[in-house]
Ligand binder design. Structure first.
Ligand code: AHR
Length: 674
């Protein structure tokens, strides 16, 4: 298409330039123009107020080594070779003997801190020298910043005679001096604190360390300074400045990146991870609450250790901190059909005799979240520091399960028990792993029979598929269950994050929004990936120990999240001849009265648009125009080395009828102020 001169001029101008053109401008542009008409003054159709959310899964080191603020890797010596072949309780730890020191470490289980946390270290000192101890280098180096404080803590006690490998251990009545240091890789001391470990019972020792210098890859060194021995467990280091300053909190920059998306809900703790690699690998919420040293970590389905330090309390608290609803997903009494560790390899159901206890766990979660502090489980929440109920509304039962008789029987038992006890809770069921096919059809049929409130659909498809399926929900039955697009992402063949994929997702979202009366919830997946530890690409946010890299896919989600509405306004797009990948949707945010128009141009040429905001009073209206665009549709590189595409926002003013050009490969949001 030949871009008309007028549009070229506009595009060259700063985004802040008002784009006000008479409706009947330049006749030369007529045939090339598309026309967008928005019923701006109509009552519109109410849509879900929770439509946009995020999906967190502990995948790609999203929890430990990711969103969870803990800086020590394998703090409780629970890593195991069942997780990775070369792992064991000492993974990420080394023994340290300084200045003629002699001694060593052993793993013990005889007198653990808690049965859920069975391994601990016995540290024996034969000759103190300048100290004998252990070193942890976190997740590939501990990042510390001068000016920030870090809380170091550990549990310890003096060893009994015979508990350490040296027969000369345990000098009665004399505390063991223990120095804890933050050191650079070259041994420079950044901060230190001395403790005196006393007695034969586990005690927690803690102090604040304030490094005198920043270091991207420091180590935590713990050295015992006298002959004898101590037991050691749960060695922890947290920045004091976690997100919202929470104890046992979240890494502030990552949590902020999620908060900036303005999600209305957070689904957790994952997809396949929730129902797990075999029946003994379910993510059991009760194992993840209470004092962290008493929680029961396990191998997660993605093949590494999850400490569950980021557990249900922390997930719910995070949701509250960012104004999002919690959406926990619990297994439907069956494990993941991709399980290797189930007896028959694949989906297995809990024995029916175990279902009553399992169902009780599900009901207990609702009591824990919503019950008064006087109830058994509500009291536990109150004791954790949250006497007020969390206001849980949605509970996911099952994750993209194969729709088998084993699944159906168990799902039905759980759903009916939840509805009988808590009729106000919205149960989110599942339609299998794909957007069509046998599981999908059977899942939907079953959901209709069971009158499930919301059905979770998953799709990882090509960008082309997204564009071809924009009308997918236009045909959905408005009287049946509503939809949760629980996992979606446009996948390029090479699984890179590209602007093209991000625009396909934006286009998909216009379809969700247009059908926001039946599409209740939607979340991109997966959310987080630590570089060097990814089991799945593409992801929305990549990070290292110190950096957060936002992709074009992130920015699309952010533009959508920051521009949600609760009423859909009829939006008609008459596309100019030859124009292919162009779509739009419009909503009103009744809280502010703002009118929000989203326009996606997936073509590699700019699109000339005539926009009519029907019913908008005459005159100029203040507007914000946010544009994510690049001439190259595949210009985005998650490693952050190629140009990173970012949205630009500028003020403009619009009339009820105006013309504008949307750039090639772009997502534009116009927010017209009331
Ligand atoms: O998002 C990654 C995985 O994709 C989820 O764990 C699973 O539900 C889906 O197959």
């Amino acid at each position: 298409m030949n871009t008309p001169r007028l549009f070229r001029t506009l595009e060259a101008a700063a985004l802040g330039t008002a784009i006000l053109l008479p409706a009947a401008f330049a006749a030369e542009t007529e045939s090339a123009r598309s026309t967008l008409t928005v019923q701006a003054a109509s009552a519109g159709t109410p849509i879900s107020g929770d439509l946009f959310g995020v999906f967190f899964e502990d995948l790609n080191y999203a929890a430990d080594g990711g969103l969870y603020g803990e800086l020590i890797q394998n703090r409780s010596f629970e890593y195991s070779a069942t997780e990775q072949n070369d792992w064991g309780p000492f993974f990420s730890w080394t023994v340290e003997r300084r200045g003629g020191g002699d001694g060593g470490i052993n793993i013990k289980t005889a007198r653990p801190l808690h049965p859920n946390n069975p391994h601990y270290v016995a540290l024996s000192v034969k000759t103190p020298g300048q100290g004998v101890g252990v070193v942890n280098s976190g997740f590939g180096g501990i990042p510390v910043q001068t000016g920030n404080a870090y809380e170091v803590s550990f549990f310890s006690h003096q060893l009994f005679m015979g508990e350490a490998w040296s027969p000369n251990n345990g000098i009665e009545g004399r505390p063991m001096p223990v120095v804890v240091r933050l050191e650079s890789a070259t041994g420079k001391v950044l901060a230190e604190q001395t403790f005196r470990v006393t007695g034969r019972d586990w005690q927690r020792y803690s102090a604040r360390l304030t490094p005198g210098q920043s270091d991207g890859a420091a180590r935590l060194v713990l050295l015992a300074g006298e002959k004898g021995g101590i037991a050691l467990d749960e060695v922890s280091l947290f920045p004091v400045q976690t997100f919202h300053g929470r104890k046992n909190g979240l890494r502030a920059d990552l949590a902020q990146a999620i908060a900036d998306l303005k999600p209305k809900f957070v689904r957790f703790p994952g997809g396949c991870l929730s129902h797990g690699d075999g029946l003994t690998n379910f993510y059991r919420w009760k194992d993840t609450v209470g004092p962290v040293e008493q929680r029961k970590g396990q191998r997660n389905l993605w093949g590494y250790h999850q400490s569950v330090g980021l557990g249900y309390f922390e997930f719910f608290q995070f949701c509250e901190d960012i104004g999002a609803r919690p959406l926990p997903v619990l297994p439907a009494g069956v494990c993941c059909q991709n399980a290797d560790n189930s007896p028959g390899h694949g989906q297995e159901g809990l024995p029916l005799a175990e279902m009553p206890a399992y169902i009780q766990d599900v009901l207990d979660l609702i009591e824990w979240a919503n019950g008064p502090a006087t109830t058994t489980w509500g009291r536990l929440r109150a004791e954790a520091g949250h006497p007020e109920p969390f206001g849980l509304k949605y509970v996911g039962i099952g994750n993209e399960d194969q729709i088998t008789p084993v699944f159906k029987e168990r799902f039905k038992l759980i759903q009916e028990a939840v509805k009988a006890r808590y009729p106000g809770i919205q149960v989110v069921g599942t339609a299998g792993p794909f957007p069509s096919g046998e599981d999908f059809d059977q899942g939907w049929q079953f959901a209709r029979e069971q009158k499930v409130d919301v059905v979770d659909e998953h799709y990882y498809q090509s960008p082309e598929w997204f564009w071809e399926n924009l009308a997918r929900y236009d045909r959905y039955d408005r009287k049946g269950p509503r939809v949760y697009v629980g996992e979606y992402a446009a996948h390029e063949r090479d699984r890179r994050n590209t602007l093209r994929s991000a625009l396909a997702e934006a286009a998909g979202f216009t379809g969700f929004e247009r059908n926001g009366d039946v599409v209740a919830l939607a979340s991109y997946a997966p959310l987080l990936a630590r570089r060097g530890h990814t089991q799945w690409t593409p992801d929305m946010i990549y990070f290292t120990a110190t950096d957060v890299v936002l992709t074009a896919n992130y920015y699309v989600q952010q533009m959508v999240g920051q521009n949600q509405g609760d009423v859909y306004l009829t939006t008609d797009l008459a596309k100019a001849a030859g124009r292919k990948l162009l779509t739009a949707s419009s909503v009103r945010d009744t809280r502010t009265g703002d009118l929000i128009v989203k326009i996606v141009n997936g073509d590699s040429t700019p699109a000339a648009l005539s926009i009519r905001l029907a019913g908008l009073p005459a005159g100029n209206h203040r507007a914000l125009r946010t544009v994510l665009a690049n001439l190259q549709a595949d210009a985005v590189n998650p490693d952050g080395q190629a140009p990173v595409v970012r949205p630009d926002t500028a003020e403009m003013s619009v009339a009820p009828e105006f013309a504008m050009e949307v750039p090639a490969n772009s997502f534009t949001v116009l927010r017209i102020r009331r």
